[in-house]
Design a protein around this ligand. Structure first.
Ligand SMILES: [Zn+2]
Length: 53
């Protein structure tokens, strides 16, 4: 099983792909990203896993 973080490919708000890591600590679990198109900053946080229903 990989431990790689999920990396967003597109901004969840405007759909553009001009997103860059944001913040001064890239190793923390909830990485922050900035969209260069709409200038929103968002984070991707690992919430755990689910089994099937
Ligand atoms: Zn955007």
């Amino acid at each position: 099983m990989t431990t790689a973080r999920a990396v967003p490919q597109y901004c969840p708000y405007c759909g553009e792909d001009q997103i860059r890591p944001w913040g001064d600590d890239p190793d923390k679990d909830h990485a922050q990203w900035k969209c260069e198109d709409c200038l929103r900053v968002f984070e991707v946080r690992y919430k755990g896993t689910t089994g099937h229903d």
